[in-house]
Design a binder for this molecule. Structure first.
Ligand code: AMP
Length: 280
C-alpha cells in the first residue's frame, strides 16, 4: 500500500492506475477508522481494482466551537488496518496542501445544506461539498463510497454530483452498528462508560418508530412524538432533531412511507451523535 501526501503524487498514481486499465474506487474519510469505514473499503474492493482511501480531518466542515482540535487522529493505526484490507493507496494530505493560502472557492448545495444537521451546523455541508469535490478532482474515481450513517451528507453529495455533472458514481453502504445497536462512529471514543449506555437511546427511538410504522402507524407527527418520548426519558441527552423526511430532498413528510428517512441527532454528555433508519 502506497501513501501519498501531495495532490500531485496522488493524482499521478490514480492516473497511472487508470492508464493501466484499472477501475478506481474512492473512500473519503476523516480517519480514526472503525468497522463502518472498513465496510466501505470492502465494498470498494469488491467493485474496483484500485482502491484509494483518503484520511483528512477537514477543518472547513467544523464550526468554530466544534471538535476539530480534539478529533481523533490515528494515522498509524489506520494505515495498519488499511494495509490488512489490501487498499492500494492512502491519501493523507496536510491542511495546507488541501487549502493553499488564499483559497476562496466554495461549493454550496443550496437549500439541502440547511436541513437536518445543516440547520444545527451552519457551513458544515458547504465544507463537506467543497472538500469532496476537491478530493474527486484529485483522485478522479469512477466510484466513490459513502455511509448511510451520514444520510444528509449522502443527499447533499448526490445532488452536487448531479447538478455539476461530475463523472463519478456514488455508492451508499448500510450503517454498521455495535452488537448492542449503537451506530459506529469515530466520535463514540469521546463517550464515558455512562454516556456510552445513554447513547443507545438514539437507536431505541428509531426502533420504536420502525415498529409503530410496521404496525400501521403512518402519521409522522405521532411517530416522532413516540420517538421523542423515548429520547426525553433518558437523562443527559439533548435532542437536536428527530425528523421523518424524504431521503433525497430532506423535506419533512407529513405521512411516513416506504423509503422515508427517519433521522436523529442528539448530544450525549456533550458528544454529538447521529443515527437514522430508512423505513421498509
Ligand atoms: P467520517 O470519517 O466520519 O467522515 O466517515 C467517512 C465515511 O464513513 C462516511 O461516508 C461515513 O458515512 C462512513 N461511515 C461512518 N460511520 C459509519 C458506519 N457506522 N457505518 C457505515 N458507514 C459509516
Amino acid at each position: 500500500m502506497k501513501s501519498y501526501q501531495t495532490i500531485d503524487d496522488m493524482r499521478t498514481a490514480s492516473r497511472r492506475a487508470k492508464h493501466d486499465g484499472k477501475r478506481v474506487g474512492f473512500v473519503p474519510t476523516m480517519g480514526a477508522l472503525h468497522e463502518g469505514h472498513l465496510s466501505l473499503v470492502r465494498a470498494a474492493r469488491e467493485r474496483c481494482d484500485f482502491v484509494i482511501v483518503s484520511i483528512f480531518v477537514n477543518p472547513t466542515q467544523f464550526g468554530p466551537k466544534e471538535d476539530f482540535g480534539k478529533y481523533p487522529r490515528t494515522l498509524k493505526e489506520d494505515s495498519k488496518l488499511l494495509t490488512a484490507e489490501k487498499v492500494s493507496a492512502i491519501f493523507a494530505p496536510s491542511v495546507d496542501e488541501m487549502y493553499p493560502k488564499g483559497a476562496a472557492t466554495w461549493v454550496e448545495v443550496a437549500e439541502l445544506s440547511n436541513k437536518l444537521c445543516g440547520r444545527f451546523r451552519p457551513g458544515h455541508f458547504r465544507g463537506v461539498a467543497t472538500v469532496v469535490n476537491k478530493l474527486f478532482n484529485i483522485v478522479d474515481p469512477e466510484l466513490a463510497f459513502f455511509g448511510q450513517k451520514d444520510a444528509a451528507q449522502c443527499a447533499v453529495l448526490k445532488k452536487m454530483v448531479r447538478d455539476l455533472a461530475m463523472p463519478v458514481e456514488l455508492v451508499v453502504c448500510p450503517i454498521v452498528r455495535e452488537p448492542d445497536g449503537l451506530a459506529m462512529s469515530s466520535r463514540n471514543a469521546y463517550l464515558s462508560a455512562e454516556d456510552r449506555k445513554r447513547a443507545l437511546v438514539l437507536h431505541r427511538a428509531l426502533k420504536k418508530i420502525n415498529s409503530l410504522y410496521a404496525e400501521g402507524q403512518q402519521d409522522a407527527a405521532k411517530l416522532i412524538a413516540a420517538g421523542m418520548e423515548i429520547l426525553r426519558a433518558e437523562s443527559g441527552v439533548e435532542v437536536d432533531y428527530l425528523e421523518i423526511v424524504d431521503a433525497a430532498t430532506l423535506d419533512p413528510l407529513p405521512t411516513a412511507g416506504s423509503g422515508a428517512l427517519v433521522a436523529v441527532a442528539a448530544r450525549v454528555g456533550g458528544t454529538r451523535l447521529i443515527d437514522n433508519i430508512l423505513l421498509p
